[in-house]
Every structure is written in structure tokens, then in C-alpha cells.
Design a protein around this ligand. Structure first.
Ligand code: NDP
Length: 329
């Protein structure tokens, strides 16, 4: 039998946590033959810890065969001890009257502390996925706060944008999601993200020929994918949670298991590819194999795409500037 892998989840008593933990314990993330240990972090606040206990009671009641151990934590230094994976979901939501700057700073504190804790106690190979927003910049902060860990192991979730784009392209072309390949999303997990189907194929046919409508791309597709989160809040009265959890599962699953040459999208620290400054956590098309991702190289960036990439990069550069003073030099 395989040795259990340790998985930390933060914000474990929140909405996304509630949709995520059961699936991890069920083997959807790391494989149906991979035992897991869950190390769950919530704020030390009594109410949050109590809610977490309630979620853990439900998880117990599922009697998941793959779940070998589960612990509750109020301190990242114990929650992250020896973890192989860390899914950082908990983040400070934007409160009434809170400026973007306040939000960035509140989260910078959380992710500095968590990056430091990972640096101190996690497995030297820990792989980190940041879901809590602003996800790309939070991942950047955690990475910068963990100098002894491989920077490439800090990633942000662009997969929900990727999956949303897949579903829109499938609907538009009347095809099945499973047949669509080579789609990607560039940039920030925010409405500025650039979902790009120029290289996509469906059963070998070029998606852009099937759609052949730049108006639809610019005026329907991109705004629909970019504002999907807001549309769900409007319809459901709550923010997306199950789809976000599903995307987190997909992200780690593909990183762990490999994509067999197929493209997916991950937010990763740039290595300078496509002119994105090194270190900026940016959505790129990647393939994965043996627990490592590789950026798909050599794609042509046309004028429209360059403009969109510049826009989302500008936002990320500004976010980075906004937290610079809080980070180690
Ligand atoms: P959710 O579980 O709904 O969301 C958690 C985070 O995921 C938010 O930052 C949210 O961003 C983000 N997110 C990323 N992608 C998506 C998406 N597509 N749809 C929705 N959300 C997305 O929040 P809850 O408030 O229910 O739970 C958060 C938990 O975290 C709470 O239990 C709280 O106690 C804990 N927490 C922990 C902190 C810490 O670790 N120090 C700090 C603050 C909270 P967005 O805000 O943009 O919706």
C-alpha cells in the first residue's frame, strides 16, 4: 500500500472547504489508491474551530477508506507540519468599505505568515495551491516568504477560469468538453484574465474556425468567463464554492498525476516565458509529468492577445507593488 500523503487545507470550515474536503478524502485529488492525512487549519476563533469540528464529524461519518488521519489546527506551524500538499483557501474577504489596498494588505499578512510556516515545517517538496483571493498575489507572497522551498512549488488557481472557458466553448460549438484540447487562460485570476482558444481543437478541428467570430470572443466569451463569479453570486446569492473546490481538485490532480501531454492552465511563477517578468505568478498553458509542470512554449501571441496579456500583467504588477513593502527584500 502507498504511504499516506499529508494534505493541509486552510479555511477548512468555509464554503469552499465544505465542498473540497470530502472529495480529497474520497481520493478524487490524489488518486483512488492514495491514502491521505488531512491537516485542517481554521482561525483560532472559537466559533470557527467549533464549525471545523462539525465538518470533521461529517467527514468521520463518511467512513472514507482512504482517510487515515485527520487533525484540526489553529496554528499554521502545526497544520503544515510535514505536509506534501497545501491548499490555501482561507483568505480575508473584502468587507464593506474595504479598499483594494486594505484587502491586499490584510491578505499579505495571512500569506506571509503561512509562507513562513510552510518554510519552517512543511515537507521540503511541498506543493502549494492558493485559492484564496487575490490568489496570484497571495501565492507570490507565500513564495517570497518561504525562501528555503522551491519557488516553482507555489501556484495559484486559474483552473476555474480554464474550466469555465472550456464549458463556454463547448456550448458555443455544440461539442463535448472532453473533446476540447489546447485551451488556456493567461494571467490573473480576476476579470482581467485572458481565456484563449486560438490554439484549441475539438476532435482535431480548430475551435477558432468553428467559431470564427472575433466579436463573440471579445464581447461575449471573455466577459462571460471573466465575470462568471459575479454572475453566480447574483444568481445563487452566494459565491461559487463547489466549482471552485472542483477546480482545486483538478489543479492538484493534474499536477500530481500528469496530463499525458495535454494542456491545462496553472498560475505559476513566471520563468520569463512570453515576456512575463520572472517571479510574477501568472496563468500559463502547461503540461505536467512526474509532479512537474512545463510551460507550453513557442505559441504565437498576436496583437489582440498581447494587449489582453499586457492588461492582466499590469494588474498583477500593481498588486505586487502594493505589497512590496511587506515582503523581505
Ligand atoms: P470561501 O470558502 O467561499 O472562499 C475562500 C476564498 O476562496 C476567498 O478568498 C475567495 O475569494 C476565494 N475564491 C477563489 N476562487 C473563488 C471562486 N471561484 N469562487 C468563490 N471564491 C473563490 O469563503 P468562506 O468565507 O466561506 O470561508 C473562508 C474560511 O477561511 C472561513 O472559515 C474563515 O474562518 C477562514 N479564514 C481564514 C483566514 C486565515 O487563514 N488566517 C483568514 C480569513 C478567513 P473571494 O473573497 O474573492 O470570494
Amino acid at each position: 500500500a502507498k504511504t499516506p500523503l499529508r494534505v493541509a487545507v486552510t479555511g477548512a470550515a468555509g464554503q469552499i472547504g465544505y465542498a473540497l474536503l470530502f472529495r480529497i478524502a474520497n481520493g478524487d485529488m490524489l488518486g483512488k489508491d492514495q491514502p491521505v492525512i488531512l491537516q485542517l487549519l481554521e482561525i483560532p476563533d472559537e466559533k470557527a474551530q467549533k464549525a471545523l469540528k462539525g465538518v470533521m464529524m461529517e467527514i468521520d461519518d463518511c467512513a472514507f477508506p482512504l482517510l487515515t488521519e485527520m487533525t484540526a489546527h489553529g496554528d499554521p506551524l502545526t497544520a503544515f507540519k510535514d505536509v506534501d500538499y497545501a491548499v490555501l483557501v482561507g483568505a480575508r474577504p473584502r468587507g464593506p468599505g474595504m479598499e483594494r489596498k486594505d484587502l491586499l494588505e490584510a491578505n499579505a499578512q495571512i500569506f506571509t505568515a503561512q509562507g513562513k510556516a510552510l518554510d519552517q515545517v512543511a515537507s521540503r517538496n511541498v506543493k502549494v495551491l492558493v485559492v484564496g483571493n487575490p490568489a496570484n498575489t497571495n501565492a507570490y507572497i507565500a513564495m517570497k516568504s518561504a525562501p528555503s522551498l522551491p519557488a516553482k512549488n507555489f501556484t495559484a488557481m486559474l483552473r476555474l477560469d480554464h474550466n469555465r472557458a472550456l464549458s463556454q466553448v463547448a456550448a458555443k460549438t455544440g461539442t463535448a468538453v472532453k473533446d476540447i484540447e489546447k485551451l488556456t487562460v493567461w494571467g490573473n485570476h480576476s476579470p482581467t484574465m485572458y481565456a484563449d482558444y486560438r490554439f484549441a481543437t475539438v476532435n482535431g478541428k480548430a475551435v477558432k474556425d468553428l467559431i470564427n467570430d472575433q466579436e463573440w470572443n471579445a464581447n461575449v466569451f471573455l466577459p462571460t468567463v471573466g465575470k462568471r463569479g459575479a454572475a453566480i453570486i447574483e444568481a445563487r446569492g452566494l459565491s461559487s464554492a463547489a466549482s471552485a473546490a472542483n477546480a482545486a481538485i483538478d489543479h492538484i490532480h493534474d499536477w500530481h498525476v500528469g496530463t499525458n501531454g495535454k494542456w491545462t492552465t496553472m498560475g505559476i511563477p513566471s520563468d520569463g516565458s512570453y515576456g512575463i517578468p520572472e517571479g510574477i505568478v501568472f496563468g500559463f498553458p502547461v503540461t505536467t509529468e512526474n509532479g512537474e509542470y512545463k510551460i507550453v512554449q513557442g505559441l504565437e501571441i498576436d496583437a489582440f492577445s498581447q494587449e489582453r496579456i499586457n492588461l492582466t500583467l499590469k494588474e498583477l504588477t500593481e498588486e505586487r507593488e502594493g505589497v512590496k513593502h511587506l515582503l523581505p527584500a
